[in-house]
Design a protein around this ligand. Structure first.
Ligand code: ADP
Ligand code: ADP
Length: 231
C-alpha cells in the first residue's frame, strides 16, 4: 500500500530549481533508490522527506493523509527517520550510548536509565546482520559497521520509512554488501527505505524502484523485475 506520496514538490535556491514539480510514491515494504548526476536534486529530495528542507510548493501525504513535514522531529513523529552521509558519533562513548544519543538529545533527556538504555540498544543491535556489541567502542567499528549502527539507530523511533543519503559511499565492496544486506533485512521486517545511492549494480540488486533524477525532475522510474513484495 502507499506509504508516502509527494505531489508537485518544488524547491528553489536563488535561481537554481533544485526540485521541479516532483511526484513520488513510496510503498510499504519497498526499497527505493534515487540516482542521477551530481546536482540533479537527489539530496534535496531526501532532505524534504526527512523534514530538513521545506519545499516551496507541493504536498506530502503519509498513508493518505496530507502532512506538514516542517522539521526532523515532525518527520520522526510521522514515522520517517533519517541517517545521513557521515554518521555523527561520540567516539569516546560505546555503541549503546551512541545509539541513544540522537534520541536523548532530541528529547532533552539525561542518560539516566542505564539498564534500560543497554537493553534497548541490545534489542536494536540484534537486528544487525553482523554482530556488534553494545559495550564495544565506536572507534573499533569498521566503516560498514559504523554505517549499519547509524541506520540501526533510527529504529529507536520505530520508523515506517528510513531515509538514507549515500549509505555506502566510501565503503569497500565487502562493507557495502554488509550495509545493503542490512537494508534488505529492514525491508523484510516491514519497513521502507529510500536512499540516494550511486552504485548501480548494487542498486539494481536490492532496490524495488529506481528513481532517476535529472535537473530537479524525476525523469524515469524503473521497477526492478523481481518485486515480490505485496503493495
Ligand atoms: P552531493 O552532490 O554529493 O549530493 P552536494 O555537495 O551537492 O552533495 O551537497 C551536499 C550538501 O550541501 C547538501 O545538503 C546540499 O543541500 C548542500 N548544498 C549543495 N549545493 C549547495 C550550494 N550551492 N550552496 C549551499 N549548500 C549547498
Ligand atoms: P544532488 O544531491 O543530486 O547532487 P542536490 O539536491 O544537492 O543535488 O542539489 C541540487 C541543486 O540545488 C544543485 O544545483 C545544488 O547546488 C543546489 N543546492 C542544493 N542545496 C542548496 C543550498 N542549500 N543552497 C543553494 N543551492 C543548493
Amino acid at each position: 500500500s502507499t506509504l508516502i506520496e509527494l505531489r508537485g514538490i518544488s524547491k528553489r535556491y536563488g535561481n537554481v530549481e533544485a526540485l521541479r514539480d516532483v511526484n513520488l510514491v513510496v510503498q510499504t515494504r519497498q526499497i527505493v533508490a534515487v540516482v542521477g548526476d551530481s546536482g540533479a536534486g537527489k539530496s534535496t529530495l531526501v532532505h524534504v522527506l526527512a523534514g530538513l528542507v521545506q519545499p516551496d510548493a507541493g504536498s506530502i501525504a503519509v498513508r493518505g493523509e496530507t502532512v506538514k513535514l516542517d522539521s526532523v522531529a515532525k518527520a520522526v513523529e510521522l514515522g520517517i527517520a533519517s541517517a545521513f552521509q557521515q554518521p555523527q558519533f561520540c567516539e569516546n562513548l560505546d555503541v549503546s550510548a551512541n545509539i541513544f544519543l540522537g534520541r536523548e538529545m532530541r528529547q532533552g533527556l539525561s542518560m539516566r536509565d542505564d539498564a534500560g538504555m543497554y537493553a534497548k540498544a541490545r534489542e536494536v543491535l540484534n537486528t544487525l546482520s553482523t554482530p556488534v556489541r553494545a559495550g564495544q567502542s565506536i572507534a573499533s567499528l569498521s566503516g560498514g559497521q559504523r554505517q549499519t549502527v547509524a541506520i540501526a539507530r533510527t529504529l529507536l523511533n520505530n520508523p515506517s520509512l528510513i531515509v538514507l543519503d549515500e549509505p555506502t559511499s566510501s565503503l569497500s565492496v565487502t562493507q557495502t554488501a554488509e550495509v545493503l544486506d542490512y537494508i534488505v533485512r529492514l525491508r523484510s521486517a516491514g519497513r521502507s527505505v529510500i536512499m540516494v545511492c550511486h552504485d548501480l549494480p548494487n542498486v539494481f540488486a536490492v532496490a524495488d524502484r529506481i528513481v532517476v533524477m535529472r535537473h530537479g525532475t524525476v525523469c524515469a522510474v524503473h521497477a526492478t523485475a523481481d518485486t515480490t513484495y505485496e503493495e
